[in-house]
Design a protein around this ligand. Structure first.
Ligand SMILES: C=C(O[C@@H]1C=C(C(=O)O)C=C[C@H]1O)C(=O)O
Length: 394
């Protein structure tokens, strides 16, 4: 009896969920039409004043029908983020018809299940064209695959909130002709993956990518006497553990990725930092044009002259032109001991007047200067509204 009651209610919930999905799809079609209008009239994609009005109205309306204001806010933050990213992607594709391919061949580290694989899936889900995955063994292979036109794009991890910059990728960027055409941030949740029921204390060998060991060093220290075996990628580690089928071995990688290889997660959130995210860049043979209605970032590399204050002078050029720097990284220059290549990420479009002025000045005052790419910012910071001041007294 109870079962029948539950089953009937679940049928009703399923129907309601289907309606919800249809309504969300309808909203998406409308926001895509908004994007077309913005293209036609050159209007900025993001309109935070409109978002604020919309959120305040929805919080009030939600309260009238018994919905928690925090839930309504969270729900619409997700909906708006998706809407803004879809519009940005649409505008970027329109501005670069040659880069919108019917088939996107994408090179990344590892195989199915690696973090780079998951990031690739996420980035290309918003883009038109079929995705063809091309797993590679090293960052150098990935770059070579795109340079030789075997692949059209590559997705590369560039920094992580626990382990910092990924030097190997920075070093590859110094020598490549490829351009950065996009970026994305992806949550990295390291889980302990095993083939069958295993107690953590019985594990003798752990397989993972060296970056993963660096990000989980506190967990490894607590584990104690376990042999760690570095692999080319997290998916390579999963493949080994799946093949060995031993109760004494485990891999560290994403839970979702592990499932693709028949592995179970027995512990998760293993990284030193609770908020563990990686930023990935997307590279291609040709640079893209970023529409001015979309927030953009520009990445450049430079080596300064060997005089005191040369780097300060270069950064002052950015300040004088009102350009905000989001990242500064330095790497040794191969073959020139003690000389550094600086990698600079700034907010702004390469076609903006102040940016052009700054780039011209930097070109003339540095020993080496190259723009690695200008690309849309893939992060949408949510519009905050004060729930308390929005609510009407009950
Ligand atoms: C849809 C629009 O574009 C963006 C997305 C919004 C939304 O999803 O509701 C609101 C404002 C804009 O930041 C719009 O301008 O109306």
């Amino acid at each position: 009896m109870a079962n029948e009651e539950l089953a009937a209610l679940r049928v009703a919930i399923t129907e309601t969920d289907n309606e919800l999905l249809s309504i969300i799809a309808k909203r998406q079609q409308l926001t895509n039409q908004v994007a077309e209008t913005k293209i036609k009239h050159q209007i900025q994609v993001r309109d935070q004043a409109r978002e604020e009005q919309l959120l305040i109205r929805l919080i009030k309306k939600g309260q009238e029908i018994g919905l928690d204001p925090h839930f309504v806010t969270k729900l619409f933050h997700v909906i708006i983020e998706d809407s803004v990213l879809n519009q940005q992607s649409l505008l970027a594709q329109r501005a670069n018809p040659d880069a919108s391919l019917p088939i996107n061949r994408v090179a990344f580290l590892g195989e199915k299940g690696s973090y780079s694989y998951l990031a690739t899936q996420k980035y290309f889900a918003r883009r038109s064209g079929k995705l063809v995955e091309m797993g590679c063994k090293s960052f150098a292979d990935i770059i070579a695959t795109v340079e030789s036109s075997e692949a059209d794009f590559a997705v590369l991890p560039i920094e992580n909130t626990s382990s910092g910059s990924i030097n190997e990728v920075y070093d590859q960027l110094q020598h490549t002709r490829l351009s950065i055409v996009g970026e994305l941030t992806h949550e990295i949740n390291h889980a302990l993956l095993v083939h069958q029921d295993v107690e953590v204390g019985k594990i003798k060998t752990l397989y993972a990518h060296p970056q993963v060991f660096a990000q989980c060093s506190h967990f490894l220290a607590e584990l104690g006497n376990v042999e760690v075996k570095p692999c080319d990628s997290t998916s390579a580690a999963m493949l080994i553990v799946n093949e060995l089928k031993s109760p004494e071995v485990a891999a560290i990688g994403s839970e979702g990725g592990g499932k693709l290889h028949g592995l179970r997660a027995i512990q998760s959130k293993l990284a030193n930092q609770k908020e563990n995210h990686s930023r990935f860049i997307v590279v291609a043979r040709n640079p893209i044009k970023v529409p001015l209605q979309v927030p953009a970032k520009t990445t450049m590399i430079m080596s300064t002259v060997q005089t005191p204050g040369a780097l300060v002078d270069a950064l002052t050029v950015l300040k004088e032109n009102g350009i905000a720097m989001t990242k500064l990284e330095s790497r040794p220059i191969n073959g020139n001991p003690w000389e550094e290549m600086f990698y600079v990420d700034v907010e702004g479009n390469i076609e903006d007047g102040p940016m052009q002025k700054a780039l011209d000045a930097l070109r003339s005052m540095t020993r080496y200067f190259k723009v690695l790419g200008c690309y849309p910012v893939e992060e949408v910071s949510p519009t905050r509204v004060s729930v308390a001041s929005t609510l009407t007294d009950k």
